[in-house]
Write a protein that binds this ligand. Structure first.
Ligand SMILES: Cc1cc2nc3c(=O)[nH]c(=O)nc-3n(C[C@H](O)[C@H](O)[C@H](O)COP(=O)(O)OP(=O)(O)OC[C@H]3O[C@@H](n4cnc5c(N)ncnc54)[C@H](O)[C@@H]3O)c2cc1C
Length: 475
């Protein structure tokens, strides 16, 4: 009998799962496995919220599989040791999994593949998390794209694949071997990471409901609404895409349906949403093709930037106490919920790098520790874009003004008031620059601005010019 282990990683779902459906097609019996890797609960980038969301997603997967009479085997430790061990325990001759794109995960998979090969076990990896991989969309010269717009054009010229069928285990022809499984705690505090964030509901059902709600209306207004943090204008799918509780093909099929019945204006909104999904794939291919981005700037000349090492300023940014209301409200929202609107991510990232002149890598790490959707490719891409050091970066001289950004995207101050109750009494005219309203400011118990934007802007431009000048002298 051909026993296949399906190793669940960032694909915690039974529908639209490429490796899982291939395991059913190619094996006589599929044994689903999840390993709580040591690295998921230790290390500098672990986030309590993301870990809690993962544990809840695994629990939901376990229940879904149990309903199909297919118990999920759970172990904790190192997959490089546990997967070969599980093959021996179950008699599996093949391990199927969906591909991961982070450099550390790819190195781990290569090592594991060699170990399994020596043991006579096949290790098959499938494309699943993205529609098009790093080698599939290349320029005419056969090079990876480093600019988004031509990449997205090439992406859109290709057909959109259909979702994979829902998992239906074949009736076992032989009793399932009794393999021990561990109980998984739902509370990450057990691993020393107490979670204080209020998280969105986890699991495949919650993911489908999130998708349904978005496609039932907001996608049609996405183009106009997606930039306003106080408005429910975006899909909120990122934690699910990160945990793999929804498949990208499922999202695209629903998107196609919505697009079909949309008016011209609504169709344009749908296209804007598709672009965001393509940004996700763009950054995934950047990470794969240029893995040095995990260690430094995409453009090496910007590794010469002389960043500030002001830990006090960094701590104030993390805590939401910079004196700039839109930055502080966004950071307090992140700390409390593990999520932050895209417009705010750009504002706080620009503020850290271009107003506080602090290295984008400090912010990148802090985001990974806080974000439920923390994803190496998208996070690195977003930070390098904001800092001006990346592939398709905003040029370094494009510097967001946190006050005008706030006035444009939170005009009535609704979002700021929600997260900074100490500013609740301020009128809309001054809420984004409370220091201009001495009457209220004296009573507000809100910090004074730690830096002045106009002054910092000039310092930032000088810092970038110095790095560029040095690179021209030492190419
Ligand atoms: C500094 C910075 C850090 C970021 N860190 C992350 C991160 O760790 N994880 C993450 O998923 N996104 C990250 N983003 C991108 C973006 O902010 C989030 O994907 C988005 O806010 C998630 O909300 P949503 O699901 O409602 O998005 P929607 O607007 O509904 O977009 C749909 C999906 O498209 C993808 N997407 C949207 N925008 C981007 C983008 N700019 N880059 C890559 N993918 C995108 C996401 O998967 C998202 O769920 C970051 C952006 C910046 C500027």
């Amino acid at each position: 009998m051909n026993v296949v282990l399906h190793w669940f990683r960032r694909d915690l779902r039974i529908s639209d799962n490429t490796a899982l459906s291939e395991a059913v097609r190619q094996g006589d019996q599929v044994i689903p496995v999840f390993i709580l890797e040591d690295a998921l609960r230790t290390g500098p980038d672990v986030g309590a919220g993301r870990l809690a969301f993962l544990l809840q997603s695994v629990e939901s997967l376990r229940k879904n599989l149990a309903e199909l009479g297919c118990p999920l085997i759970i172990r904790s430790g190192r997959s490089e040791e546990l997967i070969p061990l599980l093959c021996r325990e179950t008699g599996a001759r093949a391990v199927f999994a969906n591909k991961r794109y982070e450099p550390y995960a790819q190195a781990r998979d290569r090592r594991l593949g060699e170990t399994l090969f020596r043991a006579g076990v096949e290790f098959k990896l499938f494309k699943d998390a993205v529609v098009w991989e790093e080698t599939e969309i290349l320029t005419q010269a056969g090079q990876p794209y480093t600019v988004f717009t031509p990449y997205s054009k090439a992406w859109k010229q290709r057909p959109i694949p259909a979702p994979r069928p829902q998992f239906k285990p074949a009736a076992p022809t032989r009793p399932v071997p009794a393999v021990p499984s561990e109980a998984l705690p739902l509370d990450p505090a057990v691993f020393g990471h107490p979670c204080t964030q209020s998280l969105p509901p986890a699991g495949e059902r919650a993911a489908r409901e999130t998708l349904r709600q978005f496609m039932a209306g907001p996608v049609l207004e996405y183009g106009a609404q997606r930039n306003f943090p106080g408005v429910a204008g975006t899909s909120l799918l990122s934690p699910h895409l990160r945990a793999g509780t929804i498949g990208i093909r499922t999202i695209l099929r629903e998107w196609q349906q919505a697009r079909l019945s949309a008016s011209a204006a609504q169709g344009a909104s749908c296209e804007v949403f598709l672009n965001e999904l393509i940004w996700r794939e763009f950054y995934t291919q950047v990470l794969c093709n240029f893995p040095h981005v995990t260690k430094g700037a995409f453009r090496p000349e910007y590794d010469r930037l002389k960043w500030s090492e002001n830990h006090e300023h960094f701590a104030a940014w993390c805590a939401g106490r910079t004196g700039y209301p839109i930055v502080d409200a966004a950071m307090r929202c992140l700390n409390a919920t593990g999520t932050m609107h895209n417009r705010l991510r750009m504002i706080v990232a620009m503020f850290l790098t271009k107003d506080l002149l602090i290295n984008w890598q400090w912010g990148e790490r802090y985001f990974m520790q806080q974000l439920v959707d923390g994803d190496m490719a998208a996070n690195n891409g977003g930070w390098q874009w904001s800092a001006g050091t990346g592939t398709d970066a905003a040029p370094y001289f494009r510097i967001f003004n946190p006050i005008t950004q706030a006035e444009k995207f939170d005009p009535a101050g609704r979002f700021v008031r929600q997260w900074l109750p100490e500013l609740a009494a301020f009128p809309a005219e001054s809420i984004h620059q409370p220091w201009t309203d001495p009457l209220y400011f004296a009573k507000a118990r809100y910090p004074a601005r730690m830096v002045q934007h106009d002054v910092q802007r000039d310092l930032c431009l000088a810092m970038f010019k110095a790095a560029k000048g040095a690179s021209e002298l030492n190419p």
